[in-house]
Design a protein around this ligand. Structure first.
Ligand SMILES: Nc1ncnc2c1ncn2[C@@H]1O[C@H](COP(=O)(O)OP(=O)(O)O)[C@@H](O)[C@H]1O
Ligand SMILES: [Mg+2]
Length: 251
């Protein structure tokens, strides 16, 4: 494909003695759909945290769009075009969908939001919010209160929030976790329909879901890259089957 948008060089993240990410090097070309798969505890979420800036790498280097971001704070990385969703929902439950979107767009907390009163969405914000809600297939739900939505819709809202800043790279951490089969298909359809300019890195434990959506797969195990292959090859890879069916990390 094209030039890389994301490059990791020997990235490690240690929590005391535990090397959650243990020397990961990988390259994601611009516009690629990439899955990061692997059993629980493989280090997938920690890897996302290192890319997004939520945890500092212990060592190694991260480049985004040809510039080094290894030590940049999360908000600077967001300004450069990196956006993410979380494995656990991260919404403001008592606010409306629209207000959650406005907060995300302005990078504010609800406290600051209430200090400033309740401003209407301005002319530039409204179409961006509408487009992101449409992309996440919740275009009709702008006035809904988050806690009154189904869990599936809340996960869709998280995708909308991640999209509203118009990222160049979207990091999705198990966006379909905890969803019903119908809701999972909806999430798959949302990801499949994303603008092809957006590079998508998707963590997904469910191989069938992940492999149907991506161009290329990185399988992690014990903090390292075990295999990188196209989806068809991953399905048949004996090492991958072994870590999926095999022993837990600390056994
Ligand atoms: N903040 C943290 N402090 C200590 N250990 C952590 C922390 N975050 C993750 N870990 C540990 O790092 C390992 C990898 O976790 P994680 O990245 O969440 O894996 P995955 O997302 O692949 O399931 C696990 O053993 C987990 O318990
Ligand atoms: Mg995880």
């Amino acid at each position: 494909m094209s030039e890389p948008i994301l490059t990791l060089v020997d990235v490690a993240v240690a929590f005391d003695a535990l090397r959650a990410v243990d020397g990961v090097s990988l390259t994601v070309p611009r516009g690629q759909r990439r899955a990061i798969i692997g059993p629980n505890g493989a280090g997938k979420t920690t890897l996302f945290n290192a890319i997004a800036g939520a945890v500092p790498p212990t060592s190694g280097k991260i480049l985004f769009d040809a510039r080094e971001i290894t030590r940049l704070p999360p908000h600077r990385r967001a300004q450069l075009g990196i956006s993410r969703t979380f494995q656990i929902t991260n919404l403001f439950p008592t606010l409306s969908v629209r207000d959650n979107m406005v907060l995300a767009l302005r990078g504010l907390s609800p406290r600051k939001f209430s200090l400033f009163g309740k401003p209407d969405t301005d002319e530039a914000e409204a179409p961006r919010i509408a487009a992101a809600l449409d992309a996440a297939r919740i275009g009709g739900r702008a006035d809904a209160i988050v806690k009154e939505m189904s869990y599936g819709e809340q996960r869709q809202l998280e995708i909308a929030i991640a999209l509203v800043t118009r990222p160049t790279m979207l990091l999705l951490d198990e966006p379909a976790a905890g969803l019903s089969p119908a809701e999972r298909s909806m999430v798959a359809e949302i990801i499949r329909s994303l603008d092809r300019d957006i590079t998508v890195v998707l963590i997904e434990h469910d191989m069938d879901l992940a492999l149907g959506l991506v161009d290329y797969v990185t399988c992690m195990f014990e903090g390292r890259v075990l295999v990188e292959e196209p989806p068809e090859a991953i399905r048949r890879n004996a090492k991958v089957q072994e870590v999926y069916l095999g022993k837990p990390r600390h056994a």
